[in-house]
Design a protein around this ligand. Sequence first.
Ligand code: ATP
Length: 241
Amino acid sequence: MLLSVENLEVKYGNIQALHGITFHVKEGEIVTLIGANGAGKTTTLYSIARLPPPEAPRVVGGEIRLRGDSILKTAPHVIVDQLKLALVPEGRRIFGNLTVLENLELATYARKDAEGIKLDYQKVFDLFPRLAERKKQRSESLSGGEQQMLAVGRAIMTGCNFLLLDEPSMGLAPLLKYEMFRTLKKLNQEGLTLLLVEQNANLALHLAHRGYVLDTGTIVAEGTGEQLLGNPEVKKAYLGG
Ligand code: ATP
């Protein structure tokens, strides 16, 4: 098992955001977490990536294991550099005053495999030709969609093989949304495992092998993408009837 989350309970201050959720991700899968605003999707990803305060939610119960070992006491940089798990946060948190190339370069700081880095640049520019055309451009002047691409590109440049993606299609025009999902599929086919948080349940369930439905901090349904797409309650609540 690549990731297993067991009875995870998480709080912000006194407010409980996750009420004992259990799910897993196997090597090579695309797994999606869907749910309404405030369901706890971002909180779940932040808990796994072990983000430092002030954003970090506080784990008050349960366990998170990566390849069998608990990561509850593991530092975030160790998770990225050694355990090869990277978070692609929502809202394109890229460094706006740096160029596209500088943003990508920064993600390689802990890597020593020059050849691998070279191949990964190639991969990013093949996947996102728009970024290749804009290497020297300051990132804050990129369009929303291009910034989203850069956020994914940056995660690829870390050399990680397990990506947690927080709404990668957020704010993208429909055509770019499809393009982003096609890119995610390609990344998966090239061997990356993806845990994808999405508001666009329809697209996410079509892409993912399996999915979980979160509702106010509790998992209320799970199954293959196909099963969830056909589940009448999921249809009614998340797929527009
Ligand atoms: P969205 O799709 O709107 O991003 P989400 O499913 O990702 O929603 P979370 O952002 O994980 O939901 O939020 C889960 C709950 O935790 C919400 O009730 C939210 O208000 C609360 N919460 C999130 N971040 C914090 C914080 N820093 N401090 C206090 N409460 C928070």
